[in-house]
Design a protein around this ligand. Structure first.
Ligand SMILES: Cc1cc2nc3c(=O)[nH]c(=O)nc-3n(C[C@H](O)[C@H](O)[C@H](O)COP(=O)(O)OP(=O)(O)OC[C@H]3O[C@@H](n4cnc5c(N)ncnc54)[C@H](O)[C@@H]3O)c2cc1C
Ligand code: SF4
Length: 340
């Protein structure tokens, strides 16, 4: 690991000020000289591998604001402080009751130890596990813009089939983000120039020609909270994750489904797909296919077809298309049958 300076500011404004001092025009947070660290389960890993090379680490764990560590449950929303640990959110009874999908997306992620260490903001900003990104001897447009993409012709079983570009096909591996995008969450961020809110659906950027620019965040912006609106769909929601082994593995395919039902008919469906796309993926076409329909096997299968209509499989990941469809069909039918 390369040497770095470590700082532990006591306030969000002090953290943002340090990052702002070392920020450079057009440089994304993941390439900035000063980078924030929360649980460190993603960033420290990539520093050890030589993929992340910050000169300065700004530790957010000394920030004094209590709201950063709190979960606030209101009548029409849940607000998660950015430093709330994954394990705490997954185990909170009210979250499980009011919106099971949120708790399940966290419970089925990583291991108990990692969930106790990792923060919610760090979780949504985790970087891809693409093997060629992690191993610095390979060409990788995300790590070294313009160097090429070893995964295109390499072993791409883990890679994405949706949202890919000619520059990058890396999967976004997080689970919580799929629940957040399905539920229409908002991210609150703070910098020296003030605060702003970003719709979660706008936080992550498609790879396009610049896969190294992963989010809309500037390098001096600290995420302070994530707010999730509650609605008629929240209690009838679930997160189904399919992986190579039943524990401690990233999704090969997953589906976050929330349904507002009027009898057998879908009034509103909120659907996101994990393990198959380059960014958290809201499946709008599937939602539209279900709207106003009776949710039976046939309607679920039609929605799954719509969800994967634009899929672009590669040599080793073509299995993700039928697997993703089956995952969504099962998630839809199981969510329909929930007793709420
Ligand atoms: C073996 C293993 C298995 C895993 N399995 C899963 C899985 O199945 N599902 C899943 O979803 N995840 C999984 N993960 C990923 C894990 O959940 C993430 O590493 C973790 O959530 C990151 O949170 P953190 O607080 O440790 O982030 P850090 O490593 O501290 O930071 C991650 C990134 O976020 C930035 N950051 C952190 N906080 C803020 C903030 N408040 N504002 C702005 N930027 C910030 C950092 O600068 C960094 O770029 C796994 C990880 C490992 C190591
Ligand atoms: S898929 Fe993306 S992250 Fe992986 S090697 Fe290609 S450019 Fe790099």
């Amino acid at each position: 690991m390369r040497p770095f300076v470590y700082e532990r500011p006591a306030s969000v404004s002090a953290a943002a000020a340090i990052a702002s001092r070392f920020a450079a025009e057009g440089v994304p947070p993941t390439e900035a000289a000063a980078q924030f660290i929360a649980g460190g389960t993603n960033l420290a890993d990539y520093m050890k591998l030589g993929v992340a090379r910050p000169e300065r680490l700004v530790d957010l764990n000394g920030l004094g604001d209590r709201a950063l560590r709190q979960i606030e449950v209101g009548d029409d929303s849940i607000r998660f402080g950015a430093l709330v640990r994954m394990g705490e959110a997954a185990d909170t009874g009210e979250i499980k009751r009011l919106c099971p999908m949120l708790a399940e997306s966290l419970k089925f992620a990583a291991s108990g130890q990692i969930r106790n260490m990792a923060s919610l903001a760090g979780n949504v900003l985790q970087r891809t596990r693409c093997e060629y990104f992690r191993e610095t001897s390979w060409p990788c447009n995300k790590r070294e813009p313009g160097s090429g993409c070893a995964a295109m012709e390499g072993f791409n079983r883990q890679h994405a089939v949706l949202g890919t570009s000619n520059a990058c096909i890396a999967t976004y591996h997080g689970d919580f983000a799929q629940a957040l995008i399905a539920l229409g969450a908002t991210v609150e961020v703070e910098a020296r120039r003030g605060m702003r809110k970003i719709a979660f659906s706008r936080l992550h950027r498609l790879p396009g020609d610049t896969p190294n620019v992963e989010t809309e965040l500037a390098s001096d912006e600290v995420i302070t909270a994530i707010e999730v609106p509650l609605g008629a769909w929240s209690r009838r929601s679930r997160y189904l994750k399919i992986r190579d082994r039943e524990s401690y593995a990233f999704a090969l395919a997953s589906a976050a489904v929330a349904l507002d039902m009027d009898g057998d008919t879908v009034s509103q469906a909120r659907i996101a797909l994990g393990g198959v796309a380059t960014v958290p993926w809201r499946a709008k076409a599937a939602e539209e296919a279900l709207s106003g329909k009776a949710l039976d096997d046939e309607a679920a299968e039609a929605a799954a077809e719509a969800a994967f209509a634009e899929a672009k499989p590669r040599e080793h990941n073509a299995f993700k298309v039928p697997l993703g469809k089956r995952t969504l069909v099962r998630a839809l039918l199981e969510t329909r049958d929930m007793k709420v």
